[in-house]
Design a protein around this ligand. Structure first.
Ligand code: GDP
Ligand code: CA
Length: 324
């Protein structure tokens, strides 16, 4: 029977990692099935359209149609519609959507308006390409993240992230409606049947955090028979290719691989991790993380290309196999 690998994560960091898992599976000739539980808390409504940045980053990367240089959106993109929207004043001037990308958002919005669930929209979008992985929303319910500011007001996560580049101090993050949200059946099914669960090196606060905050998700993870191994997105005390440090600061967690591991916690002590991969630069923290009950190894953590991403995936799967 095919080995079932489940990856949990957000956008770009998760996309690179899942590509690595897929590449490792291919190279090693493994009989494996890859499911991805995707963060939906970055989603928002803009210009009347439902945007799902994390899902689309993974979709486009796995399909090979992403703009690798820019780091987001579609390759060979144009912005004719965005220019029109700017003239009409119906889109914020700090959030530009490309024409091809808008095609995705229009299709998604049309399906949602027609009554489709987010899970069903994922299925329809994914069916266009040979992704080599099945994507599931963490939840079908709307749980858009809002950022609490010092003056007591709250703005949508995208405004804080894209417009303010996470430079306005955040006092915390909240997802309206999350208390009533439920994990999607696809996510729960994947976790139940998983042989291995991997946390991508995604933003611990605004990508993995909201997934874990969906009521029932922690329990599903803690009850999974599969070993759970996480990969640190923090290398040598800094968030690579991202602004995770601003998010960690807002919730009072230091920007270090060890602090993030403590934040997730050992499954044996009420947390969600059995294993943790840190960068070679962070070798010195390995024993302190082991001490709290998380088996930890130091390996190369930079995903530069297919080779380095596939090797990272291989290291994560090897640790999981040793824990199983
Ligand atoms: P986003 O939703 O597009 O911000 O993407 P994610 O939440 O999935 O991942 C963003 C995080 O990925 C960043 O904050 C980094 O910590 C991490 N990251 C990005 N590139 C790398 C890499 O090459 N190696 C590792 N270990 N982490 C990375
Ligand atoms: Ca994201």
């Amino acid at each position: 029977m095919a080995q079932r690998i489940v990856v949990i994560g957000g956008g770009v960091g998760c996309a690179r990692f899942v590509k690595g898992v897929r590449e490792h599976v291919r190279r090693a000739g493994l009989d494996a099935r890859i499911d991805v539980v995707v963060n939906t808390a970055d989603d928002w409504w803009v210009s009347g359209l439902r945007i799902a940045p994390d899902h689309d980053s993974i979709l486009y990367a796995l399909a090979g149609v992403n703009d690798a240089e820019r780091g987001w959106g579609r390759a060979d993109e144009s912005e004719r519609v965005a220019a029109e929207l700017a003239v009409w004043g119906t889109a914020p001037d700090w959030f530009t959507l490309g024409d091809l990308d808008l095609g995705t958002h229009i299709a998604r919005t049309a399906w949602l308006r027609g009554g489709a669930t987010v899970s069903e929209v994922y299925r329809r979008l994914g069916a266009r390409w040979q992704l080599g992985a099945t994507l599931h929303p963490a939840t079908d319910d709307e749980i858009d993240t809002h950022v609490l500011l010092e003056d007591g007001s709250a703005i949508h996560f995208q405004e804080w992230w894209v417009r303010h580049r996470a430079q306005v101090p955040a006092m915390g993050f909240l997802q309206h409606g999350i208390a009533l949200a439920q994990p999607s059946t696809g996510a729960l099914g994947a976790l139940e049947l998983a042989d291995i669960v991997l946390f991508a090196p995604s933003n611990p606060v605004v990508s993995i955090g909201p997934i874990l905050a969906v009521p029932g998700m922690r329990e599903a993870l803690r009850g999974a028979r599969a070993p759970i191994v996480g990969v640190s997105g923090i290398i040598g005390g800094s968030a690579v290719r991202g602004m995770a440090d601003a998010c960690l600061a807002a919730i009072g967690v230091e920007t270090s691989a060890a602090a993030v591991a403590r934040h997730y916690g050992a499954r044996g002590a009420g947390g969600v991790l059995d294993g943790w991969l840190v960068a070679e630069e962070d070798e010195a923290s390995v024993s302190s993380i082991r001490d709290i009950g998380i088996e930890t190894r130091a390996v190369p953590l930079w995903m530069r290309d297919d080779d380095t991403s596939a090797q990272l995936a291989a290291d994560a799967l090897a640790l999981a196999a040793d824990l199983a």
